[in-house]
Design a protein around this ligand. Structure first.
Ligand code: HEC
Ligand code: HEC
Length: 374
């Protein structure tokens, strides 16, 4: 029978972390709290692939199939040949046939002075590449690829890096053999540690010393310091100075920053749009607030690319309000754009098509048209 007193006791015990930890450490059970995970639940979490390839699911995918997956699900961010460095550092480039033979990437050597570090230059274990794609990509829909698609897209990346031929098929059976062709397979070092590191007489310590926040945790990150406006153009217009290193193209520094005071002034015009939209919309009672749409924004990873006030990969929602909020057909226009994505309105960065429902897209569009109120 359900025992309220027992449950209260268990919760009290669990709220004192040290108490709970020592209870678990002793292997004793807290009655009424939790249950043993089922075999299926454990299997769903247990997806890691080790360097000895233990953990790989059965499957296979060809370079040709990988090219299709790549074009549909990866190229919008990484470029057709993995060369794009605007969303993240380029994945492919600067490895040679000779590297495939030696297992050491020559362009990583200091004398090569290579301006960038691509994934294919650095990665030493094929299992890492496979596992990362399997668990984390595409960025906006992690864990959505089937094993065969992961094999295929990995084969495609190896193909455009000239590691495997066009007619190659990667599978659980030949992963170990293919590991023998990874350009930087002999380039991994484990003797160093965080600066100053063991080789300079320092001690090896972990690279993070954080702790999990358990109470009153911040819900948003805040920028603590900003480049002052007068220093923005100190080095000339960065947009005209192509930077080969890192995932950033230069901003047009002859204009104020997107989220600077000048931009805020523009968005102050929004209340007119709010009033108009509220009048127009018999569908809602008063303007929507961010809390009304935050579930949709986080579930669909919109927040990974859009802040309310700050530009991330895409424009801030306030910038979208400033540009589109006062158009008479704003809701219909924005609903369409949210579903289909697009590029060229705010810059060259594309927005991938989104798979949310029409109703959810419309709700977000309505919130934006009403001023993206917090
Ligand atoms: C919406 C943009 C986007 C899409 C689409 C996307 N990626 Fe990525 N990818 C990223 C970002 C951003 C990172 C870096 C993430 C991080 O470091 O947290 C990344 C990192 C990677 C890395 C790791 C690179 C490294 O050196 O650490 C690989 C490999 C990769 N992506 C492959 C893929 C594949 C394969 C697909 C398609 C199935 C894909 N990506 C789709 C944005 C994207
Ligand atoms: C991978 C990053 C990314 C994700 C994820 C993303 N967006 Fe975007 N979004 C962009 C970029 C980049 C633009 C600018 C495109 C342009 O310049 O035309 C944009 C533009 C927009 C616009 C303005 C369109 C216009 O023409 O004015 C809206 C509205 C929008 N996004 C809403 C959303 C919503 C809602 C979601 C989630 C369902 C979402 N976005 C997910 C990157 C993203």
């Amino acid at each position: 029978m359900f025992s309220y007193r027992k449950l209260t006791f268990a919760i009290l015990a669990a709220t004192s972390l040290s108490c709970a930890v020592s209870a678990f450490a002793q292997g004793s059970k807290i009655e009424g709290v939790g249950r043993t995970a089922t075999a299926n639940e454990v299997a769903a979490w247990d997806i890691d692939v080790r360097p000895d390839f233990k953990g790989l699911p059965k499957g296979a995918g060809s370079v040709a199939m990988g090219e299709k997956v790549w074009e549909a699900q990866c190229s919008s961010c990484h470029g057709s040949f993995g060369e794009n460095n605007t969303v993240f550092s380029a994945l492919v480039g600067y490895t040679t046939k000779k590297d495939v033979e030696t297992g050491r990437v020559a362009s990583l050597m200091p004398e090569a002075a290579t301006p960038t570090r691509t994934t294919m230059m650095k990665v030493s274990q094929l299992s890492t590449l496979w596992d990362y794609i399997n668990r984390a990509m595409p960025w906006t829909a992690p864990k959505s690829l089937k094993p065969d698609e992961v094999y295929a897209v990995t084969a495609y990346l190896l193909n455009i890096a000239n590691v495997v031929p066009d007619n190659f098929t990667l599978s659980d059976k030949n992963m170990a053999e293919t590991q023998g062709k990874i350009p930087n397979r002999n380039g991994m070092m484990t003797k160093h540690a965080m600066w100053p590191g063991k080789e300079f007489g320092g001690v090896a310590k972990p690279d993070t010393q954080g702790s999990n926040c358990m109470a009153n945790c911040a819900t948003e990150s805040k920028v603590a310091s900003l480049l002052p406006e007068h220093a923005r153009n100190a080095h000339g217009n960065l947009a005209e100075q192509t930077r080969a290193f890192g995932p950033s193209v230069g901003a047009d520094t002859t204009k104020p920053a997107a989220n600077s005071g000048a931009e805020v002034k523009k968005t102050v015009a929004a209340p007119a749009a709010v009033a108009k939209a509220a009048e127009k919309s018999a569908e809602t009672v008063g303007p929507l607030k961010s809390a009304d749409v935050s579930g949709i924004l986080s579930k669909n990873a919109c927040s990974a690319c859009h802040g309310i006030d700050n530009k991330i990969v895409g424009p801030s929602f306030k910038e979208i309000v400033a540009k589109q909020g006062s158009k008479p057909d704003a809701v219909a226009y924005l609903t369409g754009k949210i579903k289909s994505g697009g590029s060229g309105v705010y810059g060259s960065m594309p927005m991938p098509a989104q798979s949310l429902s029409d109703a959810d897209a419309k709700k977000v569009a309505l919130w934006i048209s009403q001023g993206a109120v917090k």
